[in-house]
Ligand binder design. Structure first.
Ligand code: GTP
Length: 596
């Protein structure tokens, strides 16, 4: 296809503003998929994505469109992940296209992810067409949202289109806007091959499938190509496009987006953002390439230790398809064998954990998520700390640095006070506060470790779900951090140890031991529960001994009640782990770490 008749674009939106529905509608209205094959949300392929309503892996579709001017165009849509955990993938895939549709729910308005995603699009020099969606709903207010887009984002909303992705209203106008408002790609068809690796995933029949955007030159079947970041050479077996089903083609030229397969075994061998060229060609790599780095670590242990090998198998399989997920074996005195895993963020962690539990049927104990600390020793060396249990002796440590984020929060006025308090409680430093209509735009500098555990939950609950949140990593800064250990019956439970700020250690320690006291069932003996820093106990509770058999309180001969209680005890036992002589239920690990 001639460059002048190609348009490459992505859709950016806040979660639930209708990105997938709009994509489906664009595909459907151009007959890219036969009506009977159209299942809702074509682009969200994984079940889990559909269930959670979030888009994780970038996907793509090629749409043929005959415009009102009678000319035929090829429109390539790259679907970008919508969540902050995948910000790096978003920013990479944006660089593969020239424009974006900015979908804003016209009943809601601009939200934090709208902003974050627009910034990625602007960074990638995109032309942006605002789309005001859900105009079929009575609460839709297009002029208010247009004003917001101009005031908050500073984007001209005069070319915006009012759409209902549900009824199809405004869809043709959207397609026309893609053709007339977005620029055609540029590229040199006769130059040496230069392609960007946009995404890759594992397919059990074809091996790794690599999504590419051709910048210059041509890519043909059978050719040998080189991945510049690691110098590997691959023979191209297939090339093709997505409509959205895979369809083979003979070649891909500049401006085109398609896939290649080349007997690549693992997704880890492909790096998003890498530059691909012919084996013998030399080209300057695309700028800004860096592999995605895990920022949140936690331990995953099977509840049933006999399932360790099954867990290994599950993790190996998941890692094949997810290069940003890292893992290494870990053994813990309390939890036995498991894995220390690294994730891009909390959502990524939850998705992987859910998949292991659901698809592989392994119950897991998840230890407290921890960020990566930089521990500077007195001898001048620095090491990364992925697990609080590995914290070296404090007397050898010079100082500790922790990652900080810039958090952007949009919140209706009436909840602003609660949001400021929450951020302040989490050691935040306010860096900006402005108003957009009846909402405040708050920017905070926060330690990532105060955010990883339950910040989203807290934010949602103090604002009744009306706040939206996004963040970017800012770098490392020193602070007074210490390791807090938890001892149950005088035995340290390493899975519960955590890094905390010194000034907050006592409050956290107290909250932790009080919670554990409620969560651990009584035993036949007295159990001390303590929080300590180094050798110093900072909080202590004692769980008193159980007096009688639990069934004793069911006086009379109610056998079924008695049976129920015993069953309940048995079920409870299944999910418990033995620590020395104490049983700790699985929920204790997660609940104990939540702050109130
Ligand atoms: P993520 O993939 O989770 O980022 O969400 P999304 O932005 O793709 O949103 P999605 O398309 O899943 O739409 C969210 C909800 O809004 C769904 O229940 C849709 O059915 C609904 N929806 C989308 N567009 C419209 C519309 O134009 N009108 C109405 N009434 N509902 C819509």
């Amino acid at each position: 296809t001639a460059l002048s008749h190609i348009r490459n674009f992505s859709i950016v939106a806040h979660i639930d503003h209708g990105k997938s529905t709009l994509a489906d509608r664009l595909i459907q209205s151009t007959n890219t998929v036969a009506e009977r094959d159209m299942k809702a949300q074509m682009l969200d392929s994984m079940d889990i994505e559909r269930e959670r309503g979030i888009t994780i892996k970038a996907n793509t579709v090629r749409i043929d469109y005959t415009a009102k001017n009678g000319e035929s165009y090829v429109l390539n849509l790259i679907d970008t992940p919508g969540h902050v955990d995948f910000a790096y993938e978003v920013s990479r895939s944006m660089r593969a296209v020239e424009g974006s549709l900015l979908v804003v729910d016209s009943t809601q308005g601009v939200e934090a992810q709208t902003l974050a995603n627009v910034y990625h699009a602007l960074d990638a020099d995109h032309e942006i067409v605002p789309i005001f969606n859900k105009i079929d709903l009575p609460a839709s207010d297009v002029s208010r949202v247009a004003q917001q887009v101009e005031d908050v984002i500073g984007l001209d909303a005069s070319g915006a289109i009012a759409v209902s992705a549900k009824t199809g209203e405004g869809i043709i106008e959207t397609l026309e806007a893609i053709v007339h408002q977005l620029p055609a790609p540029k590229g040199d068809p006769d130059g040496p091959l230069k392609a960007m690796l946009v995404d890759s995933w594992y397919d059990s029949y074809l091996g790794v499938i690599v999504l590419v955007r051709i910048i210059d030159g041509k890519l043909r079947k059978g050719e040998k190509v080189k991945f510049i970041s690691n110098g590997t050479i691959h023979q191209v077996e297939r090339i093709g496009v997505f409509r959205p089903k895979m369809e083979n083609v003979d070649e891909l030229g500049p401006g085109e987006i398609g896939f290649l397969t080349a007997s690549i075994k693992q997704v880890r061998d492909t790096r998003v953002g890498d530059t691909i060229t012919h084996q013998k060609s030399e080209v300057t790599p695309l700028p800004g390439f860096k592999p995605a780095q895990p920022v949140v670590f936690c331990g995953l242990f099977p509840v049933d230790s006999a399932l360790f090998e099954d867990l290994r198998d599950a993790i190996d399989k998941l890692a094949l398809n997810d290069a940003s997920f890292s893992f290494e074996m870990e053994s813990s005195a309390a939890l036995g064998f498991g894995f220390r895993c690294g994730f891009l963020g909390l959502l990524h962690l939850e998705v992987i954990r859910d998949r292991i539990e659901r698809e592989y049927d392994i119950d897991l104990i998840t230890t407290a998520p921890s960020v990566v600390y930089e521990v500077y020793m007195r001898d001048g060396t620095m090491s990364e700390l992925h697990n609080p249990a590995d914290m070296p002796d404090m007397t050898l440590v010079d100082h500790i640095e922790e990652p900080r984020i810039k958090a952007t929060i949009l919140v209706p006025d009436e909840y602003l006070g609660d949001v400021l308090k929450l951020c302040q409680d989490r050691r935040g430093i306010q860096s900006d506060l402005t108003y957009a209509g009846s909402r405040a735009l708050v920017v905070y500098d926060l330690p990532l470790n105060e955010v990883v555990f339950d910040f989203y939950d807290r934010l949602k609950s103090v604002t009744k779900g009306y706040a939206s949140f996004d963040y970017t990593l800012m770098g490392y800064r020193e602070d007074a951090l210490v390791k807090m250990s938890v001892l149950v019956n005088d035995e340290p439970v390493d899975a519960l140890s955590m890094m905390v700020h010194r000034d907050r250690a006592e409050v956290r320690g107290r909250a932790m031991v009080e919670k554990l006291k409620d969560l651990i069932p009584r035993h036949m003996f007295k159990i001390p529960i303590q929080a300590a820093i180094g050798g110093k106990v900072i909080a202590r509770e004692t769980l008193s001994a159980m007096r009688k058999d639990v069934t004793a309180k069911c006086y009379g001969g109610d056998a079924s009640r008695k049976r129920k209680l015993l069953d309940k005890q048995k079920a409870g036992k299944k999910k418990m782990r033995q620590f020395g002589s104490v049983n700790i239920p699985q929920e204790a690990f997660i609940s104990a770490l939540k702050m109130d």
